[in-house]
Design a protein around this ligand. Sequence first.
Ligand code: NDP
Ligand code: 2IT
Length: 448
Amino acid sequence: MYDDLSVAHFMEGLIKRNSGETEFHQAVYEFVADAIPFIIEHPHYRKAGIIQRMTEPDRTIIFRVVWEDDEGHIRVNRGYRVQFNNSIGPYKGGLRFHPSVNLSILKFLGFEQTFKNSLTGLPMGAGKGGSDFNPKGKSDREVMRFCQSFMTELAFHIGEHTDIPAGDIGVGAREISFLFGQYKRLSREFTGVLTGKSLEFGGSLIRTEATGYGNAYFMEEMLKLHGTSISGKTCTVSGSGNVALYCAEKITHLGGKVLTLSDSSGFIYDPEGIDAEKLAYVIDLKTVQRGRISEYAKKYNCEYHAGKRPWDIPCDLAFPCATQNELEKSDAEQLVVNGCQAVSEGANMPSSAEAIEVFHKAKLLYAPGKASNAGGVAVSGLEMTQNSIRMSWGEVELEERLREIIKGIHRKCAKHGSDGNGYVNYVKGANIAGFVKVADAMLAYGVA
Ligand code: NDP
Ligand code: 2IT
C-alpha cells in the first residue's frame, strides 16, 4: 500500500474505506494534496505509515440520546464523539448540535482539529462530537433535558486528562452550562472537563470572543505582511453566531467597515456599516431573543436578501463565519472579479475545494479555518490551564496571549507556505506546520 503514494491513489482507498463521507473526503484531500508531496521528500514519515494512521480516528463513539419534550413525547437523537488523535495532548474540540450532523461532518471537523490544535503550540489533541438534535425552537427546559441525557452517556468517555469538549454550532453558553452541571452531578467532581464555561464556574475571559477576534487578528497579520491593514477596508461577514459577531466586532475595533451578516435564511446588507451600537443590537437579537437576521433590516431600514449569501457584495476583505461549503466556486469568482484582496475563514471548511483553487490562481490572500479560527480553541487551552492552576487571568493578559498565539500561527504558515516570490499559500503552510508536530510525536511512540 506504500508503493504508489500518489494523491489520487490515496484518495481512492480513503473513499472506499469511508464511503459516502463526502465532507471527510474533502477535508482529507485538502490536507494530503500538500502532505503527500512533503512526505515523499521525508521518507521516514512514509515508511511509518503516518498519513494512513492520521486519517483513521483513534475511536468513534455513537450513542442513543432519549429525552422528553414539553408535550410529554419521547424523542430520540443520535449522539457522537469522534476521538481523532491524542498524540500531543488529550482530545480537544467542540460539540455541534444541528440537524445536519452526521459521522462525515464530525470526522472532517475532528481531522482538521488535529492540525489546528497543533498549530496553537498548546498541548491539545483533537476530537469533535455532537448530535443531530436541533436546538432551534426548543424551550430552555427541552434543551436542558436533551443536554442532561446526552451527557449521561458522554460522561463515560471524557475527563480533564482524557477529552475536553467545548461549543460549536448550536452549542453556546446555555448548552455548556447544562452539560457541565450534569457532568458534575454524575462524577461528583468539579473539574475543567468542558471549556467555554461561564465565568462563575471556571470559564475564561475572552473565550466567547476568541474565535472571531482571532480571525480578525489573522487577517491583520496577512495584510501586515503585505504592507497594509484592515483599517479603512470594506468587509463582508457571513453568519451571525458566536464567531461572526465577534469577528465583526474586532474588524470595527481595527477600523474596518462591516457591510453584511447572515443566517441560514438570508443576509443583510448595510452600506453604512454595522457599527458598535448596531452590533450590540444583533448580539441581543441572536443570543437573548434568538431571532432572525431579517429583523435587522427592518430595524435599520437596509436591504435583506432572502435565501442568499453575501459574496456578491463588493468588498476588500471577506470573512466566511457560518458553516462548511458556504462559499462555492462561483462565489469565489465573484469575489475576485469585485477586487476582493483577502479571505480569512472563521468557520471550518467554508470554502469548497474549487473555490480555494480560484483564490490560489488569483493569488488572493486566503487563510483556511484550521489556521485562522484557531483562536477559539487556543483560549480553550488557556481556560484548561487556568482551571489546573486554580487561577483566573485578566482580560488584557488573555487577549495579549491570544494575539501572540495568532501571530505564531501566522509565522508558521508563512514559513512553510511561502513560494519564495512573496506569495504565501496558507493552506500548505498550515497543513505542513500542523502535521510535523503530530507526526513526530507519533513516530516517537513507535508502531501504535
Ligand atoms: P453558532 O451556532 O453560534 O452560529 C452559526 C451561524 O451560522 C448562525 O448564524 C447560523 O444561522 C449559520 N449557519 C449554521 N448552519 C448554516 C447553514 N447550513 N447554512 C447557512 N448558515 C448556517 O456557531 P458558531 O458561530 O460557533 O460557528 C460557526 C462556524 O465557526 C462553524 O463552522 C464552527 O465549526 C466554526 N468554529 C467555531 C468555533 C467556536 O469557538 N464556536 C471555533 C472555531 C470554528 P442559523 O441561526 O439560521 O442556523
Ligand atoms: O472548531 C473549533 O475549533 C471549535 N469549535 C472550538 C473547540 C474548542 O475546544 O474550543
